[in-house]
Structure formats: C-alpha cells, structure tokens
Design a protein around this ligand. Structure first.
Ligand code: NAP
Length: 456
C-alpha cells in the first residue's frame, strides 16, 4: 500500500467495528486493481453520527459503509437514497455525489448476486424466510423485486413478521407475503421451498443451534441459504444437506455487498476472477482453520491434538476420515487398490471437508499436498503450516512402524531421504509458514503456530 497525495479514503461507520471483514475486501480490491484507495474502520457512536457524515464529506472521503447500529438513522443525513434502501429502510453504503452522500443497500444486492451465482432463479418460486429483523426485510424486498410466487415469513415474534409482510404487500400492491410464527411451517403445503435463514441463531460459538430443530421442516427445503457464515457450515445448512437439500452460507453475500459498494465508489465493474481472489482471502480469514502438513512422523497428529485442546479447535485427521469412509486401514487400501486409488480418495475427502470445516485443526496425510489441486484446497481451508522435520528424527520416530506403506522394503532410511528431498520443496511452496520441529517440545511448536496464525 503506497499512500501519497492522491490516495482516497473509504471507511466504515459502526459501533463496534473491531471485528469487521470489510477492510480485507476493499483493501484487497485496491491492491488487485491498482486503485489508490484505502479502507479504514471508524468507530462512530450514535450521538456523533451526523457530524461524522458531514465531516467525512468535508474531508473528501470517497465513500462509506454503515453497519450496526447506524444502517437506519444514517439515512437522515444523506442527500439521496436508492430504491432498495428506501424500501428496506436501511442503507449500508454511502456514495459521494456533488450534493452529499447517496445511500444504497448493497446487502440486498449482494445476496441477489450470491443467489444468482448458484444458478438459482427466484422468479415464480415459493420462498420461506426465517426471521424478521433487518436482514429478513432485505430478503423480503429482494423476493418481491425478483417476482417470487409466494413468501412465508416465520419469526419468533410474529408481529414483526406481520409488519414486514404488511409493509411489502402494500408497497408492491400485492398479497405475496404471509406472516406466521416459527411453528407455522407445519401448516404449509408439503412441497419444496427456497429457504432463507435470516435469524442470528447458529452464529459461532453457538455452532450447533438451529432456529428450527424439527427434521420435518427440512423435508420442505429445496435450497437453504443461511445468511450466517461463521461457522462455515451452520447447523441449519447441515440439517438441509442431511435432508437432501442444497445449502449455502452468507459469505458470498458479504463478499458481493462489498464488491458492489466498491464498484459504486470507483465507478468500475469488478471481474469475477478478481472477486474470486477476494473470496479466497475471506475464506482463509473467516474460517479460522489451521492446516498441518509435513512428512510422516513430523508430529502433525500430536501437534494437532495439542493445538485443538489448548485453543478450543475441533480436530480432523484426513487419514482417519479416509479410513472411516473406506472401512479399512490405509495400508490395506494401498495393498489392495494401489496408491493412485488412495490419492483419488484423498482428493475427494479433502473437497468434502472443504465444504464444511471451520474453527478446526486439520492434520493431513503426508502425501496430500503433492497434488496441485489439493494444495489449492488446503490454502482455501485456512492457515497452512508445514512442520519441517529432519530425516534423522523421522527415522528415530518411525523405526519399527510397519503401518507406513511407502516405507516397506529393505532400506527405509534411503526411502525416507529420497522422499524428503522430493517432497520438502512442495510442502514449502504450499504453506503459509514453515516451522522447524526437530528437537522442539510440542508445547513450543503449538505456540509458534499460534503466534504465526495471529500475525497472518
Ligand atoms: P436482527 O435485526 O437483530 O434480527 C435478528 C433475528 O433473529 C430476529 O428475527 C429475531 O427474532 C431472531 N432471533 C434472535 N434470537 C432468536 C432466538 N433465540 N430464537 C428465535 N429467533 C431469534 O439481525 P439482522 O440484522 O436481521 O441479522 C440477522 C442475521 O443475518 C445475523 O446473524 C447476521 O450476522 C446475518 N447477516 C449476514 C449478512 C451477510 O453479509 N452475510 C448481512 C446481514 C446480516 P425476534 O424478532 O423474535 O427477536
């Protein structure tokens, strides 16, 4: 980032702002596109909001995002508001114009771009919205704009669902939306619906919570879209998938609301390939996984277990998942089906894990990073740590181990050295950090991993 006399400032007004992901989105876009903008969060209290907007304009700030609790009140201080913002009664993006800032609701536009990216056409569909807060109102407006057939809004507080239904029906002169309490799904016709989960239930650390627990509800779901994205696979999504439905989280909504804001500020169109690079960066940051790679015997399982225990991560060992799926030991898979078959299994298991894991330490099989496509998947899973060990230590640790298919034969030592010469540069290249583990206590390695994780 090179700040000079032409640098333009963009920012976020919110309270609090410390956990925002927006700087990752916008500063990555500026870097990728070579645009001289810098994005900064501004902790702004309710009572100072008007001065903050006026001051930002005077300071020639190019644009702003607004987040909780300012999305509604900030509208009073704008010179214009787009149709979506007016209808939803909330804006999250302020674009500089000659007379002041104009407000937009790019949350709704971002969700629509996410939905379209999955090939979902809302027109003519029956939709269920769970929740009746600010996000649900944006979903309801999107459904109306996209001409869905019918919307059922179910909420714990029924009156709030009724408010949205009445308001939107009046605005669009229709009776497209009906409201009910959460249990009212039992009254629905038994067919498939597109379901938007827009309550705050299931947010990390309450990973196992779902706003509706009843399995019967999920039989109604064709596609479930959870606006929550942390955990990466929410309990709602898991239940949808178990019932045979497709399920997505709201991370792409977050991505696209940011990209649309950036497009508005800079009057450009961001290419999908650029959006994908930003998405990979978001994935890495938000999922909070740690991936351990390295040669057999480097201590991935032991370090993984210690990391999980000390820092409250879940733990997954890819070799264990493969053995559970295959129902036999890896040495048996090698013996009966060969290495290629095993490597394909590895790639498939990794792709499945990639669709679901967050807040997890993933200990990988020694050969897993050798395939280029696996290396890419590991990077999008999280922070990749190569545990770099000397061959002498491996020989010492694995002496007498008969379960390692690649070390069987007359001269395991020669085999280890040869394999390490070949694999080490590949591990290095696929990792965010390389940690030398020879002779180090596990507790020291754990601290080194976490220090690097926080700095990354
Ligand atoms: P909000 O205005 O506070 O609304 C919260 C909703 O959750 C209400 O419908 C509320 O029901 C319901 N709820 C809360 N606790 C509940 C409980 N124990 N049981 C049943 N229902 C409960 O929040 P919002 O702004 O609409 O945001 C909702 C979610 O969407 C949040 O998790 C947010 O992170 C997510 N979101 C994601 C994006 C994105 O970019 N992906 C953007 C915006 C929002 P009551 O009305 O009965 O209280």
């Amino acid at each position: 980032m090179n700040i000079d006399g032409r640098t333009r400032l963009i920012g976020l007004l919110g309270d609090p702002v410390e956990h925002t992901m927006s700087p990752v989105i916008h500063n990555t876009l500026s870097e990728l596109l070579g645009i001289n903008d810098v994005y900064v969060p501004f902790h702004t209290r309710e009572q100072g909001l008007e001065q903050a907007v006026k001051g930002a304009y005077e300071l020639n700030i190019l644009g702003l995002n607004a987040t909780v609790p300012h999305k509604n009140h900030i509208m009073e201080y704008l010179c214009d508001i787009d149709d979506g913002g007016k209808a939803i009664g909330a804006v999250n993006t302020l674009v500089r114009t000659s007379g002041g800032y104009k407000g937009y609701n790019t949350d709704m536009l971002g969700l629509l771009r996410e939905v379209k990216s999955y090939g979902i056409v809302l027109e003519g569909q029956d939709v269920i919205i769970l929740g009746a807060g600010g996000a649900a109102k944006a979903v309801a407006y999107m459904c109306m704009r996209e001409k869905v057939s019918h919307v059922y809004i179910f909420n714990r507080t029924k009156s709030k669902a009724e408010d949205i239904a009445n308001y939107m029906n009046k605005r669009f002169e229709s009776d497209t939306i009906s409201a009910g309490e959460l249990s009212d799904y039992r009254k629905l016709e038994q067919k498939k619906y597109i379901v938007f989960q827009s309550t705050s239930i299931g947010l990390h650390p309450n990973d196992d919570a779902a706003v509706i627990a009843d399995e019967d509800f999920y039989k109604l779901v064709a596609t479930g879209i959870d606006l929550v994205y942390n955990p990466f696979e929410t309990s709602f999504m898991k239940r949808c998938r178990e019932a045979g439905a497709k399920a997505y989280n709201g991370l792409k909504m977050l991505l696209y609301q940011g990209i649309i804001a950036y497009e508005l500020w800079n009057n450009i169109s961001v290419d999908e390939s650029v959006a994908d690079v930003v998405y990979q960066k978001l994935l890495k940051t938000i999922r909070n996984n740690i991936v351990l790679t390295g040669f057999m015997g480097c201590g991935k399982s032991t370090v993984g277990a210690a990391l999980a225990e000390k820092y409250g991560y879940k733990l997954v060992d890819t070799d264990q998942v493969i053995e559970e799926k295959a129902g036999i030991a890896i040495s048996e898979i090698f013996r009966t089906r060969g290495e290629d078959y095993f490597r394909n299994l590895e790639t498939n298991v990794l792709a499945e894990l990639n669709a679901t894991l967050s807040n997890t330490v993933i200990s990988t099989g020694g050969g897993l990073p050798l395939r280029e496509e696996n290396q890419k998947t590991l990077k999008s899973l999280g922070y990749v740590v190569y545990l770099n060990v000397e061959p002498e230590e491996v020989m010492c640790r694995l002496s007498g181990d008969t379960t390692r298919p690649l070390l069987q034969g007359d001269n395991p030592e020669k085999k280890i050295r040869e394999l390490m010469v070949y694999r080490s540069p590949i591990y290095e290249q696929g990792a965010d950090v390389s940690i030398s583990v020879t002779g180090k206590p596990v507790s020291d390695i754990v601290e080194e991993v976490m220090n690097g994780r926080f700095k990354a």
